[in-house]
Design a protein around this ligand. Structure first.
Ligand SMILES: Nc1ncnc2c1ncn2[C@@H]1O[C@H](COP(=O)(O)OP(=O)(O)OP(=O)(O)O)[C@@H](O)[C@H]1O
Ligand SMILES: [Mg+2]
Length: 390
């Protein structure tokens, strides 16, 4: 500051007084002052606006009696236009109380005109500039601190949510593992205690129960670990070229086998162009397999499940539509979160992990999923995946 010149905006309507102040500043030894003089508040505000927020002014000297502004009313307007430029007010001998009020309202200092000399004026300006700088840096620090507090609070809230979600997740898994474990315990107990008395068929049915309970648990663990992988960003997309139509037909055949004795009419159609694109087979299998299983599971016997493959310019749409129980509107968006099941599932078994997995796999493939459903009429899931070419 000792070397650079200091730019002052002098707002003073009395020309003689303005000239005197300019003279004082010229005489200052320690500092070069550049003074821009205006006589009205309006001109001062224009000058500051033209400054385009660059704040090239280091300080403002403000006379409190101006033709277009009386007393303290000038202050807020100036502070508004140039919040970081310090203001020193100039008063007559008889309005010192007003000057003190000006300082209270944001001016950095005041000078009584008759008492001003070179030293007093220069000292006051230096002091005002230094003090304003300290205040500004305090304000910035405060702002930074406030932002950090907000960020930290948001992180804490998020961590709390994740923690709560984790404990719900653990209790749901424990619950879903306890069921098959109980089945195994029960069947193994029966085989051990009354094995001799059981017919061959009974024994075989108990063993079958044990096997399917184990299969359920293994499947649950696979699904949970897939969700875990997706959450930690480890679900990767390994692209290979694939004949989509025959891949979908194969999925339909597998679904047909799993129908057991439930009568469902499975219809597959494909329209549009299928250019050679790349797909992650495992992600596709999770997506379409789960949607087909659901469509079948939530359909009444005799219903139709339509699987449509629609080739578009930049994307492929997979549409799976059923005429089943439908999903209540209130449940539709939550279903993509783990363990969420709609209220109308009744006794149809399920864990509520399928759609969570579907969503993560669709995300990993850069696509989108939509649901359209009406209770008692049916449900259509549409998955749109972008064409990723070689
Ligand atoms: N096609 C559908 N028709 C009606 N309801 C459906 C359909 N698909 C999904 N839902 C509803 O969405 C819920 C979540 O589906 P999701 O596949 O995630 O779980 P689930 O089928 O219950 O269990 P699982 O983990 O074995 O798949 C289901 O419980 C059911 O309420
Ligand atoms: Mg399911």
């Amino acid at each position: 500051m000792a070397t650079d010149s200091v730019k002052i905006l002098l707002i003073e309507d009395n020309l003689a007084e303005a000239r005197l102040l300019q003279e004082f500043l010229k005489q200052a030894q320690s500092q070069d002052f550049i003074v821009v003089h205006v006589q009205r508040l309006q001109n001062a505000l224009q000058e500051l606006t033209q400054d385009h927020g660059l704040y090239s002014y280091n300080a403002i000297l403000l006379d409190l009696t101006l033709p277009d502004s009386e007393g303290l009313s000038s202050l807020p307007k100036l502070i508004d236009s140039a919040p970081s430029v310090p203001i020193v007010v100039l008063t007559n001998t008889n309005d010192e109380a007003l000057a003190i009020e000006a300082v209270r309202q944001g001016a950095q200092d005041y000078l009584v005109k008759r008492q001003v000399n070179v030293d007093v004026l220069v000292r006051s300006l230096h002091y005002a500039i230094a003090r304003k700088q300290v205040l500004e840096s305090l304000r910035t620090t405060n702002k930074t601190l406030e932002t950090r507090v907000e960020e930290r609070t948001a992180e804490l809230v998020k961590a709390k949510e994740i923690n709560q979600f984790k404990s719900e997740f653990v209790s749901m898994i424990s619950h879903d593992i306890r069921n098959p474990l109980n089945t195994i315990l029960l069947a193994a107990g029966l085989l051990q205690d009354s094995g001799d008395k059981l017919t061959k068929e009974k024994k075989s049915s108990h063993f079958q129960m044990i096997r399917s309970a184990i299969k359920n648990m293994a499947q649950l663990l696979d699904e949970v670990s897939l969700i875990g992988q997706a959450d930690s960003g480890k679900l990767q997309c390994e692209l290979i070229s694939l004949d989509l139509q025959s891949f979908c037909r194969q999925l339909i055949d597998e679904a047909q086998l799993n129908l057991k004795d439930k009568q469902i009419n499975l219809v597959f159609t494909s329209v549009g162009e299928f250019r050679n694109a790349l797909w992650d087979e495992s992600l596709l299998r999770h997506i379409l397999g789960n949607l087909l299983t659901n469509a079948i599971k939530y359909s009444q016997p005799g219903g139709t499940v339509k699987f449509e493959l629609i080739g578009q310019e930049q994307a492929i749409a997979f549409r799976i539509a059923d005429e089943g129980i439908g999903i209540p509107a209130a449940d539709q968006q939550r279903l993509f979160q783990p363990f969420q099941r709609a209220e109308n599932v009744g006794s149809i078994p399920g864990t509520g992990l399928g759609l969570a997995i579907v969503k993560k796999c669709v995300d990993a493939h850069g696509g989108e999923i939509f649901v359209n459903s009406q209770v008692g009429v049916g449900t259509t899931f549409t998955v749109i995946l972008p064409l990723l070419e070689l």
